[in-house]
Design a protein around this ligand. Sequence first.
Ligand code: NAD
Ligand code: UDX
Length: 473
Amino acid sequence: MVSEMVSVRNICCVGAGYVGGPTAAVIAYKCHHIKVTICDLNQARIDAWNSDKLPIYEPGLEEVVFDRRGKNLFFSTDIDTAINEADLIFVSVNTPTKKAGLGAGKAADLAYIEKATRRIAEVAKSSKIVVEKSTVPCRTAESMRTILEANSTEKVRFDILSNPEFLAEGTAINDLFHPDRVLIGALQTPEGIAAQRALAEVYENWVPADRVITTNLWSSELSKLAANALLAQRISSINALSAVCEATGADVDEVAYAVGRDSRIGPKFLKASVGFGGSCFQKDILNLVYLSQSLNLPEVAEYWNQVYLLNEYQKKRFVKKIISTLFNTITHKRIAVLGFAFKKDTGDTRESAAITLIKDFIQENAHVAVYDPKVEHEQMYMDLSDNLPDTRKNVEEHLTICADAYEAAKDADAVIIVTEWDEFKTLDYQRIYDNMHKPAFLFDGRLMLNAEELRKIGFKVHTIGKNELAGTA
Ligand code: NAD
Ligand code: UDX
């Protein structure tokens, strides 16, 4: 019986992506007594995890993986063996927004979760704790339980836990080493509570026990969507205010600082930007919108949808500002885009604002010269062409991928800062200015450069949330 299980010794993580890879690797790093096998259907991804060049870039990840790989950390496509050996299985597969069918454009696609769950049900020969690590709509654990229980026998029983992941990309290892909290939801039965305790004990090898929160299953599932919705809502709120700032002469950084000093509000996630990106915020808000609609709560759905719509507005507003400033046309102009990743310190481009911006520039027949220190060139082509051959040809004609920021900015009419990579702070902007067409425009979508210094060089600068005339106020 799982309820009697006291200690987890063997973990399998199904899904070797941005969450499964780092999360399970950190467990192996912190718990040498536990064997951890991370498995995936994708052979190329597993090969990369087993190579010197890991499939994802994340500060500190190499140290963790290289330290434990081959000792108590393994990467494999032999999912069945990994499932069978494990007493606890994380399901950390992707749950993207559905592209077609019921709920298309909003609902989460749960096909990968279901497939992984069915596989566990089919191949497991002993009892397992199955942990929902992916972000899922509220009550998904119920579907997983139904599938698993339909395949349970006297000898094989399954306990389901919800253990959503709160790491952010770019800081994943630090977030996993020092989480604000670890959330574990379980059915409040003796077996459920015993399984909850077994997982809590794994984390308590390095996380203080008072940071391990236990709840019921549905609270845990919903808390993940809620956390992302609230974080995204703060960004949309400050971005909405950035438009007011530009129209009034208020400075959005000053407003964010003044507001954030209120201890009830706090300073984090109030940085105005060109719009939030990443694989989670948009997907999870839309997921919450769909859930609310399905529960016949249209006002609630509308409320959260506005967070998403404002983000779309912010990206379009920035594009419009660029075009209107460049004398209402960017046709045949060279636009240098600095940054393609959705935030610094990651090579991930999912839902990056850069994709929306560059697609719009290409639509306007501009020539885009892009530079990003981490994003693979092929990834940019795939993102910008949506994998359509004709579109790709057009993208290739309009896009140059550059080796550095200086090359991108050479002969450009405008430089656009899209990702807040640290190296963009210390560029030789005089050199960039000297090699640009004049007037030389610079648009700071991350509020990271000193606009006054740039104006002294000669740049015409626009910063989100700041009005060029603000100094006269
Ligand atoms: P990902 O796409 O990087 O990785 C998912 C992996 O699962 C892929 O490698 C895929 O091949 C594999 N997979 C899919 N179906 C499988 C199956 N049946 N068997 C074995 N492998 C399978 O996704 P991700 O970014 O790691 O996200 C995973 C989940 O975690 C999502 O639900 C996401 O919302 C959530 N999440 C992501 C983040 C983040 O920052 N990326 C943070 C918190 C939570
Ligand atoms: C987010 C959540 O932070 C994390 O807890 C969850 O597990 C997954 O989703 P992530 O998307 O990796 O993490 O990065 P995050 O730091 O939240 O940034 C998301 C986007 O918001 C980025 O495009 C970032 O540039 C933007 N952002 C963030 C802002 O525009 N302003 C801010 O103040 C903070």
